[in-house]
Design a protein around this ligand. Sequence first.
Ligand SMILES: Cc1cc2nc3c(=O)[nH]c(=O)nc-3n(C[C@H](O)[C@H](O)[C@H](O)COP(=O)(O)O)c2cc1C
Length: 394
Amino acid sequence: MLNGKRILIGIGGGIAVYRVAELARLLIKAGAEVRCVMTKSARAFVTPLTFEALTGNKVHTELFDLTSEREMGHIQLARWADAVVIAPATANILARLSYGIADDLLTTMMQVNEAPVLLAPAMNSSMWESDATRHNVETLKARGFSFVGPEQGQLACGEQGIGRLSEPEDIVAALQPLLWEEQALKGKQWVINAGPTVEAWDAVRLLTNRASGKLGALLASTATAMGAEVTLIAGPGTPSTHPQVKRINVESADEMLAACTKSASNADTFIATAAVSDFRFHEMYTEKMKRGSTTSMHVELIANPDIVAHIANMERRPSHVIAFAAESSNHIEYAKVKLSQKNVDAIVANDVNNMGSHSASGWWITPSCETTIDTDTKQAFAEEIIQHIMELNP
Ligand SMILES: Cc1cc2nc3c(=O)[nH]c(=O)nc-3n(C[C@H](O)[C@H](O)[C@H](O)COP(=O)(O)O)c2cc1C
C-alpha cells in the first residue's frame, strides 16, 4: 500500500530522533518516496545528512531560505505529500499544531497541509500527562489527527513510564490505513473483538494470555479508513486505533460476551480476533488470598461462554461471522472442524507464534475454499483478511 506513496516525515527535537532513521528506512523499503522536514531542535540531536543519505532527498529545514522556497517551499511540500507523519511529535509541536502557531517550516507547512496526518509523540511521562499536553492531544484528535503511541517502557531520561516513541514498524502499520483512498466499506457496520481477556481469581491474581490485540486493532483501523463504522470490543492492552473507531474496553470473557452481543445485533460483520480465556475461576475472592503454609493448591476452573459461536447462532446474526483459530499444529484440519461446529462463515487459521509479534500469516478457510495468506506484516495480513471478507456473498 505504501508503494509509490509520497510520505513527508516531520521530525521534532526529542531524544527519540535516532529511531526515526529506522522509520525512514522502513518506508523506503516499502516503496514510498520520503522527504523529511527537521525542526531546529531536531538538528541539535541528529544532522540532516542521516536522513538525506537514507531518503536520497534533500532535508527541508528553513522557512526563510529563498533557494529552498524556490525549489520546494512550504506550500509545495504540503501539496506534495500523500500523508504526513510527525515523529517524534514533541510536546512543543503538539502545542503549536493545536494552537495553529506557524513559526518554522514544519508548523507553517502544516497550516497548508490537507493530507492525513499521523502523530507519533515521544516525551517524558510528566510532559505527556501534563494538563497542557492532554488538552492539546484532545484538540488534535477532535480535529481528525491520528495518533500512534506513545508506549509504556524505559524512557531515555532513565525513568519508567508512558512516553516512548512507538516501534518504527508500528508507526508504519498505523500510517497505512490513512492511505486507503477507496470507501469500499461505506455504510457497513463491523464489530471486532480483540486482545486477551482477564479472569480475576482474587484481588491481585489473574488468568490471562499473551494476545496483544494488534491484529484486531489493525483490522478496526483499516476497515474504518475504508468507510466502515467499526466497534472494537477491546481486551486489556489492545493498541490505540483510528480515532473514528468506537471502542468499548472490557476485561473478562463475560464482559466481552455482553458487549459483543449488544453491538453485533445491528452489525453486518463480526470478526472474533480476541483470545478469549476458555476458562474462569469457579470461585473468586475480593481479598488477596494468603499463601499460608500449604505446599500445593487445587483451583477449580469452569468453562467460559464461546463468544463467536454465540454470535453465529443468534437469531439476528450478522451476515458474516469470522472466527480465528490459533493453533500450534494441524492448523487447517482443526480450523475445518471449528468451521462446522461454530456455524461461522469463515475461519482465519494462524500459528500461535503470531501472538504478540509484528508478523502474521495464515489460511483463509470457508466451507468452499482454502487459501494461504502469505504476508510478512500484521497490517498486510489485516488487509488481505478484509479483501476476503469483501468477497464473501452478501
Ligand atoms: C536532551 C533533551 C531531550 C529532549 N527530549 C524531548 C522529548 O523526548 N520530547 C519532547 O517533547 N521534548 C524533548 N526535549 C525538549 C525539546 O527539545 C524542546 O521542547 C524543543 O523546543 C522542541 O522543539 P521542536 O518541537 O521544534 O522540535 C528535549 C530536550 C533536551 C535538551
